[in-house]
Design a protein around this ligand. Sequence first.
Ligand SMILES: C/C=C/C(=O)SCCNC(=O)CCNC(=O)[C@H](O)C(C)(C)COP(=O)(O)OP(=O)(O)OC[C@H]1O[C@@H](n2cnc3c(N)ncnc32)[C@H](O)[C@@H]1OP(=O)(O)O
Length: 654
Amino acid sequence: MRAEQTEIATVAVLGAGTMGHGIAEVTAIAGYDVVLRDIDADIVEDGYDEIEWSLEKLAEKGRLDEDPDDVAARVATTTDLEAAVSDADLVIEAGPEQLSVKQDIFESVDAAAPEDALLATNSSSLSITKIAAATERPESVLGLHFFNPPVKMDLVEVIYGEATTDETAEAGYEFVESIGKTPIYVRKDVRGFVVNSVLGPFMSEPAWMVSAGEATIRQADAAMVHERGYPMGPFELGDLTGIDIGYHVRKEAGTPIPPLMEEKVENETLGRKTGEGYYEYDDGDGPDYGPEDADGFDHLRVESVMANEAAKLVGDDVATPEAIDTGMQLGAGFPEGTCRRADDIGLDTVLDKLRTLHDEHGDDRYEPADYLVELVEAGHTGTEAGRGFHENDTGDGPGDYHTINWALDDNGLLEVELDRPSRMNAISETLADEVVDLLSSVDDDEVRAVVFEGAGDRAFSAGADISGFADRDPAQTSEPTEVFTTVAEYPRPTLARLDGYCLGAGLELALACDLRLATTDSEFGFPEITLGLLPGGGGTQRAIRMLTDARAKELVFRGEHISAERAADWGLINRAVDADEFDSVVGAFVEDLVSGPPIALRKAKRVMNEGADESLDAGLEMESQAFALLLTTDDVKEGTAAFAADREPEFEGQ
Ligand SMILES: C/C=C/C(=O)SCCNC(=O)CCNC(=O)[C@H](O)C(C)(C)COP(=O)(O)OP(=O)(O)OC[C@H]1O[C@@H](n2cnc3c(N)ncnc32)[C@H](O)[C@@H]1OP(=O)(O)O
């Protein structure tokens, strides 16, 4: 057992290369004192210069709360390993990816670091257990696998070696949270940990298919990007990371290597770095596939092998489906987690596919994981069945959603948070469906007002999820999508709390709300035109009714962003408020909405929305009918009695 962990105050980062200086930077930003060490003074200084440059960039973009010099001042540099770690509460090793080098470093760290220090390696592929074996305290050693570049990438895998105690792993996990990153537990020291294990088949299965003449490189990349929404095609990704890297990882693991990959390594055409790989860079345009190349690619085959890999990880207690999905979204930029996608495809379909492939090819990688078979045999076949890797909402009422968070408090305030911060809260079909499901199934009688907001500090929402646009069925998109109508017609007042980017479909969602409040550094716009589209969620119509003709058309035709102040000036939002006053202004609005008379608010919303599209006479008629009806309510009696008694009314909605 590790001795009781003292609070982490000082962190030593060993290695000042890309990963080392990035880890040092994010750690210093979070307020820790950092010692950055490398073997050579020039390397350390270069690393420090990179930190200073990057901090300046973050400050320019308004993404640093402190003066960059103050943050940089928390980073000390040295070439002396003993001096670097002697006061450290946490050591993070980010040296070369060679076992013997790492073992030497850990042996020296073990001798010099305080007894209760946590010792972490940032290795992306080596065994934590073998690295820990170089120390006398393997129970205090863990993996903290940051992704490249650490400043941008939110994910950190927290990996157990065989001897790592829960206490050590939990302390590592808490540290990762304290620097504003998202940790996931990898509970066993498996090769590739979580993200690279699932990413393996994403890259190798298409390579097997191309090797066998069953697909082309462009076809595979086009299908995975334009039809399945992945941020990059498997071959494009291989060229970026270096074909030899994936080759050596497979060789080391004793995994069969697709002939196409072998051939590229033999010819030393290794990707971008050699000017040629799967695509030509020096003598060509690089990845030059388009949506038209995608036709006929068997993406179910690739996604089934990935899902099988995920099932092995869950079945072997390496990671939970939630951890895998978080890992794939944040670590690999996948549009949704591999387990969630498999649930949506149907685990029975995945299993059938694997069995067919196994019969046809006989290869081990198609052998279905025991856990996958168990799920299917138990009837847990995915989203439609209500349970697969994940338990899904059964449709009997508001559920536990995965792209939105919601809470309904005792005052009747329903708060809805769009929760895809790594994608700027882009509105995917799932997210839209979840908002609709929530608003349709929550008990309206319990709700007095709704507030929408975005998770994270960058965006309310940067629009519809662009990934996978090319695979959309136009028949399904020809009507304004249901989510905007559902929000606009929700029979309670709705307010959009806007902090950061509010673009495209994100702006349309905000416009579907009754009220909009924004921080002054928010930005608004309809960039659809730059994509060859127009706002398709009611944006053109709501904007033209809300703004002058010229302003609405400026927004839609130019696709430019406008500031919150201009948006307020134009009447697109109610107020632009300084960040430090934002909570109190939103609070005051919300207080009025939840304590106001529910029936009168509902009627007012309805006659204003519906009357706006009618003649003045018809609108006035609707208004007077609503007025007459309200006169019969208890709320009016309460309102007038409270006025006479000079007290606050308590409306019951009767
Ligand atoms: C009917 C309705 C149609 C529509 O709504 S069409 C969509 C309209 N919206 C847009 O065109 C906006 C697209 N996004 C942007 O222009 C930029 O983003 C921002 C200006 C909002 C921010 O730029 P920066 O600060 O440089 O961040 P970043 O690296 O571009 O974004 C961070 C991650 O968020 C993903 N992301 C951003 N917007 C979307 C989106 N709309 N759909 C899907 N993903 C999105 C990115 O790809 C990236 O991800 P990674 O870190 O994996 O590279």
